[in-house]
Design a protein. Structure first.
Length: 225
């Protein structure tokens, strides 16, 4: 029977915490770029210009249906060949998960905007507001409240997906865990600690999502799933 011994793993917790910090850097930047990009793609998808709508739809479907690992490998290994620029694991990871998450965020934006009653658009038009101003000042503020829980859940999925970046030798939490397991010969203990770290991190996000949904429901705001 295996004798548990966490001493070596806990002694190198700073090694794992560095990996966690690197993971959160990619995660935060993917959200920072992915959300506004998702809004742009959603607006393109809803555009009355056929070509723009079709291209946006293709982008959404492509990045939602192809495996994230394949996308990561393409941006890290293939894109540098096309543009003749060396791609670091960090940059490739941020680009991949920003675009990949934007495809999902685009559908959340589209669903949220479409959930607003058409009478809101007509009322804004009646008082002389342009479609752009109507979207910015009336539609989006209402839609965002409904989209927040869906955004939170998608963010959790993004955090889980970032475990793939260790495959391109970026020193994220999983990469550091692999290194530490090889160093200490204690993979069971190392990966158990990493699992607990992810568990508590995602648990916090999940509880915040539940709290947010409760407050929105209490205030009478609908939520988008």
């Amino acid at each position: 029977m295996h004798e548990w011994d966490f001493a070596a793993t806990l002694a190198d917790m700073d090694f794992l915490l560095l990996g966690l910090w690197n993971t959160m850097r990619v995660f935060a930047l993917a959200l920072l770029f992915g959300i506004p990009l998702g809004l742009c793609i959603a607006l393109g998808r809803m555009s009355r210009i056929p070509v723009l709508s079709q291209v946006s739809s293709l982008v959404i479907e492509f990045f939602r249906t192809t495996p994230p690992l394949v996308q990561l490998f393409w941006f890290f290994f293939a894109l540098p060949i096309l543009i003749s620029v060396q791609m670091t694991p960090f940059v490739a990871s941020v680009i991949t998960f920003s675009i990949q998450s934007s495809a999902f965020f685009a559908e959340i934006f589209r669903g949220g905007i479409n959930s607003i009653d058409k009478g809101q658009w007509e009322a804004a038009k009646a008082i002389g507001m342009s479609r752009r101003d109507s979207l910015r000042r009336i539609i989006l503020p209402q839609a965002v409240k409904r989209m927040i829980p869906a955004f939170a859940e998608r963010s959790i999925e993004l955090l889980k997906t970032t475990t793939l970046i260790s495959t391109v030798s970026y020193a994220d939490l999983m990469f550091q865990a692999n290194e530490l397991a090889s160093k200490t010969f204690r993979p069971l203990e190392v990966y158990t600690v990493v699992a607990v770290m992810y568990f508590f991190l995602i648990l916090v996000f999940s509880q915040l999502t539940i709290l947010l949904e409760y407050r929105l429901a209490k205030s009478g705001e609908g939520t988008l799933r």
